[in-house]
Ligand binder design. Structure first.
Ligand code: COA
Length: 261
């Protein structure tokens, strides 16, 4: 991908390493960065050679310290709604991407940063990571899906507490609340863990992986019947060559080779 100012896009052996790259602003998400994330996920969705994504922040201090407060400060009532809706759309495209997306959270994941991490399918964090929704300190609430996804992940009582106090929590507490999957000491270990997860998923049938993502996301769509989504996904999988390969390989006592067809 070309012409990205605030995002690094590196495809290494089919895993995209996507890095929000504004370390002097603690990787705060301005509108340009959100638009670049949008472009990146279109490419990721469409490119069959990409099997997964690691999303992280540049530098040692922050994953993403929130939406860019210098842009938020100028919002009006009308464009604030548009700001929230267009960001929510981009974050939904991460959540609905048919390739697994792991957030590698190094340092602060606050406000829009916590929301960005939560839009990913899984989260691996370093011990120095800090999570929070501090928007109330600005006279604001989360706008990129934070009230919804935080509640889905950690339950209503803790979501109320964190969103109304604006408190930050450490990685260990985030793990015990179910906000993140793993905590590691160093960024290298977090990267190894994220790669281990993605390479394991990368050895499975891609269509089935995409259907799992649709079905689990359906749990949180009030207008969608998730059981119906599951039955549709189940029959979609049965149409694939990979289903024939997976079942034949089992019966022939060999390892399957999936082709995404
Ligand atoms: N938007 C815009 N700029 C931000 C930012 C944000 N969300 N978060 C940090 N920055 C900028 C700071 O303004 C500063 O820029 P400067 O050097 O040009 O002055 C730079 O990043 C470093 O931040 P600084 O505050 O000096 O670092 P710190 O270590 O003292 O504090 C935080 C770190 C994360 C606690 C603090 O930056 C903070 O509270 N950020 C805002 C978090 C927030 O409210 N996010 C939700 C936004 S909706």
């Amino acid at each position: 991908m070309e012409n990205l100012q605030n995002l690094k896009f590196e495809n290494i052996d089919g895993i995209v390493h996507l890095t929000v790259n504004r370390p002097d602003k603690l990787n705060a998400l301005n509108i340009q960065t959100i638009e670049e994330i949008n472009q990146a996920f279109h490419e990721i969705y469409d490119n069959p050679d990409i099997k997964g994504v690691i999303l992280t922040g540049a530098g040692e201090k922050a994953f993403v310290a929130g939406a860019d407060i210098s842009e938020i400060a100028d919002l009006t009532e009308v464009n604030a709604r548009k700001f929230a809706e267009s960001g929510q759309e981009v974050f939904a495209s991460i959540e609905n991407c048919h390739k697994p997306v792991v957030a590698l959270v190094n340092g602060f994941a606050l406000g829009g940063g916590c929301e960005l991490a939560m839009a990913c399918h899984m989260r691996v964090a370093t011990a120095n990571a800090r999570f929070g929704q501090p928007e109330v300190n600005l006279g604001l609430i989360p706008g990129y899906g934070g009230t919804q996804r935080l509640t889905q992940l950690i339950g209503k009582a803790k979501s109320f507490e964190l969103s109304m106090t604006g408190d930050m929590i450490k990685a260990d507490e985030a793990k015990s609340l179910g906000l993140i999957n793993y905590v590691t000491e160093t960024k290298e270990e977090a990267l190894d863990k994220a790669l281990e997860i993605l390479n394991k998923i990368g050895s499975k049938a891609p269509v089935a992986v995409g259907m799992v993502i649709d079905c689990i996301n359906a749990v949180y769509q009030p207008d969608e019947n998730g059981y119906q989504t599951e039955a549709n996904g189940f029959s979609t999988c049965v149409k694939t060559e990979d289903f024939k390969e997976g079942t034949s390989a089992f019966l022939e006592k060999r390892k399957p080779v999936f082709r995404g067809e």
